[in-house]
Design a protein around this ligand. Sequence first.
Ligand SMILES: [Zn+2]
Ligand SMILES: [Zn+2]
Length: 123
Amino acid sequence: MPMPCTAEVAPTDDEVRALNALPGADFEVDTEPLGCDFGAHGSAAQHAVCPQMQYEPGGLALWWLFWDDEGRRELRIAPGCEKVVVSEVCLLVEDHPGACDQSIGFTREELAAELPRPGAAPG
Ligand SMILES: [Zn+2]
Ligand SMILES: [Zn+2]
């Protein structure tokens, strides 16, 4: 089994306020530390965790907190990887390091109900 990345980040008060103030916000975010969603990866790739999902008229937006070991951090919406691995959709952010993962934070069923189905079978 691949080792998970053990890096953690605690959302700042400002980030918590911003994430909880989003219209359609799905979670009550707090300043509890969150673990990186990726498998073990090199320092070239930033860590990332999805602390908030936002329901919008067009669908579901995933907010990601990216950070690195030098203290840089960025909170923004980013598209998902959505690569299909053995019929399950990867829930990590686009261009993530390491292997795909279908089992982060929220449940697969919750996401599947909201995300457009990539590569829906033609006809
Ligand atoms: Zn990481
Ligand atoms: Zn993936």
